[in-house]
Each structure stands twice: as C-alpha cells, then as structure tokens.
Design a protein around this ligand. Structure first.
Ligand SMILES: NC(=O)c1ccc[n+]([C@@H]2O[C@H](COP(=O)([O-])OP(=O)(O)OC[C@H]3O[C@@H](n4cnc5c(N)ncnc54)[C@H](OP(=O)(O)O)[C@@H]3O)[C@@H](O)[C@H]2O)c1
Length: 249
C-alpha cells in the first residue's frame, strides 16, 4: 500500500461508509468524507476529530448523480489534503419494491446511485492511480449482486454490475500496482436495513468496517463480510435456474 495516508470515502454520512471512515482514521488516514447530507457528515467528522485529532477529516458535499463532479472534486480534495492513496465507494440506495411492482423510475434511481455514480468516480480515480502506479480502490458491492433474486431486481442488477466493473478495473490496474478490493456484505445493521424483516447474522457497521479493513490490508480481491456469506453465495450460485425460479427467496 502507498505511503501517503489520505483517503476518500463516498457515502460517508452513515452506515458502512461512516464506519469505514472511522476505521481508516484509526489506522492513521486523513479522510475526505463525501455525501449529500452535510450535518451527518459533520457528525462523522466530529467523531473522527475527537478520537484521532483535529484535521483528520474533511467534509465535501457530493451527490453521486452529478456525474460531472468527480474530476474537479478529486482535484480540489488533493489540493486541500495532498495525494489520495485510498478511495472507497460506499454510496448506495435500495428501493422498496412490491412483489408485483415494476417501476422504471425507482429502478433508474437505484442504478444511478449504485452503479453509474460509482463508474463516474471510479473512472476518474483509476486514471489517477494508474498514472501514479499505486493506490487502493475499495468498492462496497453486495452479496445481492451474485444472483437475481425476486426481492429487489434493480438492486441485484446494480450490484452485479458494480462487482463486474470492479473486477475489470482490478484486471486492468493490477499491472500498474493498483489494488482493487470488492466487498460483498451480507446483512449489516445500518439505516438501509433498519425495519427489514428476516435479517440474520446481523453485524454492526463498525464490525463490518473492521472486516473490510482486514480484507484491504491483506490485498484481497473480493471479500464477503462476514466471510460465512461466501458459503451462502456458493450455494445460491449453484442452484440451477430451473429450481431457482420456483424458490421464494
Ligand atoms: N446494510 C447492508 O446490509 C448492506 C449489505 C450489502 C451491501 N450494502 C451496501 O453498503 C453500502 C452502504 O450502505 P449502508 O448499509 O451503510 O446504508 P446507509 O447507511 O443508508 O448509507 C448509504 C450512504 O450512501 C449515501 N448516498 C445515497 N445516495 C447518495 C447520493 N445520491 N449521493 C451521494 N451519496 C449518496 C448516503 O449519503 P447521503 O444520503 O448523505 O447522500 C449514505 O452515506 C451501500 O452501497 C449498500 O448497498 C449494505
């Protein structure tokens, strides 16, 4: 990993992104915290500065659906903080969809935030990191992208797209000394999952962030969080379509 310890977390105002920003701060990083809700970002910033000192976190407003923003914002962050060596894309949304509902507006929103917004950032970061011959990219995808279940069609599709995009980046950037780690969480207790039924093996966002950091430090390509979800995925991926379409999962 690079010697410069500046990081960007996109989607740092709550849940996994906020927890991962705290974990990075605990590892000596200065962190740029990005999202839309400034008051929430400032809370995360205060927590980091209380724990690890003044100037350890900076807040930047960013709507990931503003696809033109990343080049200028990345340049501004590097002007403020110095060279960024770790980039994490954690922004994500999940839309409630009824069993018999097919709603393009909802689907588009999910794609816009989880996939297109990620590409807009990742293309810019990949360009910089490749030119420098170093850097670490962390993408928070999901086990939900491993198979198209009935529950959330566009979320499954967006996360499948993100996982595949990250794999392509990894395969391109490996030869340039850049690490790309794909994180596939199971159920994590965050505002996204609060109130959902049927959750099990629930981990806190802070527990997930520790596991994510461990995977990044070990140079993992893909990590399920926690690891046991990798076995679940193996089982789910091995179910033939003939049977899968009959299962209410
Ligand atoms: N919780 C789980 O069980 C679970 C499981 C698998 C994968 N994941 C993934 O983990 C990631 C983090 O989710 P979470 O569970 O921590 O949920 P969360 O607490 O709701 O966090 C979502 C984050 O995404 C940001 N975001 C949403 N729309 C945005 C936009 N248009 N522009 C910029 N930022 C935006 C939010 O910030 P603002 O609203 O302030 O903009 C927030 O910081 C997501 O990618 C999610 O899909 C979560």
């Amino acid at each position: 990993m690079s010697s410069s310890k500046n990081a960007i977390v996109v989607g740092a105002s709550s849940g996994i992104g906020a927890a991962f920003a705290r974990t990075l701060a605990s590892q000596g990083y200065r962190v740029a915290l990005l999202a839309r809700r400034i008051p929430e970002l400032e809370k995360v910033q205060r927590g980091i500065e209380t724990g690890w000192g003044e100037g350890r976190a900076r807040v930047y407003e960013n709507d990931v659906c503003d696809y033109e923003a990343p080049p200028a914002l990345l340049a501004k962050i590097e002007e403020d903080m110095g060279k960024v060596s770790l980039f994490c894309y954690a922004a994500g949304v999940m839309a409630e969809v009824g069993k018999d509902e097919y709603d393009f507006a909802k689907d588009k929103k999910v794609l816009d935030v989880n996939l297109t917004g990620a590409m807009a950032w990742l293309d810019e970061v990949a360009t910089r990191f490749q030119a420098r011959g170093e850097g670490t990219i962390v993408g928070i995808s999901s086990i939900a992208g491993d198979r198209g279940r009935r529950a959330f069609p566009s979320y499954h599709a967006a996360k499948a797209g993100l996982s595949t995009f990250l794999e392509s980046l990894r395969n391109r950037l490996f030869q340039h000394g850049v690490q790309v780690t794909t994180i596939k969480p199971g159920f994590i207790d965050t505002p996204m999952t609060r109130g959902m039924d049927g959750l099990f093996w629930l981990k806190t966002a802070d527990e997930a962030a520790q596991m994510i950091w461990k995977a990044v430090r070990r140079g993992r390509s893909t990590a399920y969080v926690p690891a046991r979800w990798g076995l679940v995925s193996l089982v789910i991926r091995s179910i033939p379509s003939l049977l899968f379409k009959r299962l209410d999962i």
